[in-house]
Design a protein around this ligand. Structure first.
Ligand SMILES: [Zn+2]
Length: 313
């Protein structure tokens, strides 16, 4: 049995784990991160989490086969650099070199959505499936494609950027990427909040309710507020439509939906499926199952462990 050090870097906290090659999480920790965290502080947090984890389960450095690290942002895997990671404020950082020096082991990195997709495909909702599309719906929409157990990255790591499929060509909202009308401007948690605030201004939702997140909207919908139900339906509808475009291209056997918005469960998944059926080819929709993610916050570290095992093991 080989154990790998898995790291999932977030804007407010970074999760770490020791994961074995069977997908078992043997130890789990986290340390605080923030925007513009100096790399020296980040490395120190990582080294400390590793050594505390090894102590807790009685492992030595030689028992660890390497480290897999998931990072939200654009990466250059050939050069091993972080081109831009907005939520920690890093740009053009020779990340693999720095991490290998700090951890004294081999390191591999990938985009956080890819890593989470690998986790879900390996041990989560996509377990046993041959081709899995995993979409994480939160502030934006991240996704990863796993075929026969391997991440499909594309020529420079941009495969699976489904959040930036332009689905509204006229009068679309401005997206973080600079284009207008991207799927994530219509089908993310951010979109749900914006839409609910518009409905509130039109009187559909009481002005006393503070709409500060998608959870507020989904709770209102669950408690029978028809305007909020409409908003959740509309967001789900856009997501189902976007997924059908990808499914007609990939013909996957499983589509996994994770992230904050998926916590609404069937109330969200139902309308996603309905919209999907309207625009997916019949033979595509007959062959695919749309499921909720099951690993939750662990998807990132489980996938990072798997990635390390595949690339360094
Ligand atoms: Zn975009």
């Amino acid at each position: 049995m080989t154990v790998f050090f898995a790291v999932d870097i977030g804007g407010t906290s970074t999760k770490t784990a020791l994961v074995d090659d069977q997908g078992t999480v043997l130890d789990k920790r986290s340390f605080k991160t923030w925007r513009h965290i100096p790399l020296a502080d980040f490395s120190q947090g990582m080294v400390q989490a590793l050594s505390e984890g090894m102590d807790a389960i009685g492992l030595q450095r030689r028992d660890i086969g390497g480290a897999g690290i998931g990072i939200a942002g654009f990466l250059d895997l050939n050069r091993g650099t972080v081109v831009e990671a907005i939520n920690v404020g890093w740009a053009n950082v020779p990340f693999i070199d720095l991490a290998q020096d700090a951890l004294k082991m081999r390191v591999t990195i990938d985009n956080d959505a890819n890593v989470a997709a690998l986790g879900e495909a390996w041990m989560g909702a996509g377990r046993g499936a041959r081709s899995v599309l995993c979409a994480t719906v939160g502030t934006g929409i991240g996704s990863g494609i796993v075929i026969d157990g391997q991440l499909y990255r594309g020529v420079n790591g941009m495969a699976g950027e489904i959040g930036h499929l332009v689905v509204q060509r006229e009068n679309g909202y401005l997206c973080n990427c600079g284009m207008h009308g991207c799927l994530e401007t219509l089908a993310s948690a951010t979109a749900m909040v914006r839409l609910a605030q518009q409905v509130q201004q039109q009187g559909g939702i009481s002005p006393e309710i503070m709409i500060d997140g998608a959870k507020t909207v989904m709770d209102l919908a669950q408690h029978g507020n028809p305007a909020a139900q409409q908003v959740v339906q509309e967001v789900a509808h856009w997501l189902g439509y976007g997924l059908s475009l990808v499914a007609n291209t990939l013909n996957p056997d499983v589509i996994v939906i994770g992230g904050g918005v998926s916590s609404a469960g069937e109330a969200f998944l139902g309308p996603v499926r309905m919209a999907f059926l309207e625009t997916a080819l019949k033979r595509v929709s007959e062959a695919v199952e749309i499921r909720l993610a099951v690993l939750g916050n662990d998807a990132g570290v489980v996938g990072a462990g798997r990635m390390a095992a595949q690339r360094l093991g």
